[in-house]
Design a binder for this molecule. Structure first.
Ligand SMILES: [Zn+2]
Length: 313
């Protein structure tokens, strides 16, 4: 009797938990790396690209974070003005080094990498949106372990948060594809690239949500990685609209980083990937189902776009 009562209670609890899981909106925070860029692209000037991204955020009332690579423009007055526009729009700013060196490269010393962070921080100091957040370039935290641990200790001593990514994407790869097509013909139809980008983001989002449930037993606040590029200048509005339409809720990166998952430091970090993938590797999960699509740099979408019938989707 007691046993069956307990079982009934357990079943009711499980039903409650699963319905709570189904009803609670999945939270997501938007982060954007490498900007602001002063490089030329088809269709939009650097100022117009920056403004289009900020307009999409304003329209959807989303607070995002821009991780500035200072050497891409912020080290010049016209580039710093674009950073200033983020600050004035109530957006957040983080540090993504001066020149985007790869910490895992044997040619890059710990001191050199730290100097790049400090120089970029000096340029950004005084911006209202500036946080003490650091985003690793290529999401690579240093090899060998002594270098990785040296960086962890330095960041802690300097009061920097490692601004992890959980929802890694290959928007940069689709951006390359987009720019190549528009350089050949600025009037070219790009609606198939837009759709491929949305499909790519949604596939990754679902996969990382599933990985979060598997590793953490719950839906963590996801931190999405995108880049300050033409692709997002053209389609960020659609990206945010898609996530909202599918029930995902945008929160500030500051709120997302409050999730305790972002206090963890995986023993093993996968070169250039999501925190969740690093955790999966630390836990010995190996090449779990769906792993290939998370590490393929968008090959699946690019290959489909290259096929003549891809536009018929
Ligand atoms: Zn980057």
């Amino acid at each position: 009797m007691i046993r069956s009562l307990l079982l009934t209670a357990a079943a009711a609890l499980a039903a409650f938990a699963s319905s709570a899981l189904a009803q609670a909106p999945q939270r997501i925070a938007l982060t954007m790396d490498d900007g602001p860029h002063l490089s030329a692209t088809p269709r939009l000037s650097p100022q117009a690209r920056n403004e289009a991204i900020l307009a999409a955020l304003r329209k959807h009332r989303v607070q995002a974070a821009l991780f500035v690579t200072c050497g891409n423009g912020a080290d010049r007055p016209e580039g710093l003005a674009l950073v200033q526009a983020w600050s004035q729009a109530g957006q957040l700013l983080g540090n993504h080094t001066m020149t985007h060196l790869d910490l895992n490269s044997p040619q890059v010393s710990l001191e050199q990498y730290q100097d790049e962070i400090q120089r970029c921080q000096q340029i950004l100091t005084g911006q209202a949106g500036l946080q003490r957040w650091f985003r690793f370039t290529f999401l690579r935290e240093g090899k060998p372990e002594a270098k990785r641990d040296g960086m962890r200790a330095w960041l802690k001593a300097q009061g920097f948060r490692n601004a992890y990514v959980s929802l890694d994407t290959s928007d940069w790869r689709l951006n390359e594809f987009l720019e190549t097509r528009l350089k050949a013909d600025p009037q070219a139809d790009v609606s198939d690239i837009r759709q491929a980008y949305l499909d790519h983001l949604w596939q990754r989002a679902q996969a990382y949500q599933a990985l979060s449930r598997r590793l953490q037993g719950r839906d963590i606040a996801q931190v999405l990685l995108t880049h300050h590029n033409l692709l997002n200048a053209l389609f960020l509005d659609d990206v945010v609209a898609m996530f909202k339409a599918r029930g995902w809720q945008f929160i500030s990166p500051a709120e997302a980083f409050e999730d305790p998952v972002y206090q963890l430091q995986p023993l093993s970090n996968v070169a250039g990937q999501s925190l969740l993938l690093s955790m999966a590797r630390s836990l010995g999960l190996g090449r779990f189902e769906g792993w290939e699509r998370l590490v393929d740099d968008g090959d699946y979408e690019i290959e489909r776009l290259g096929k003549p019938d891809a536009t018929a989707r």
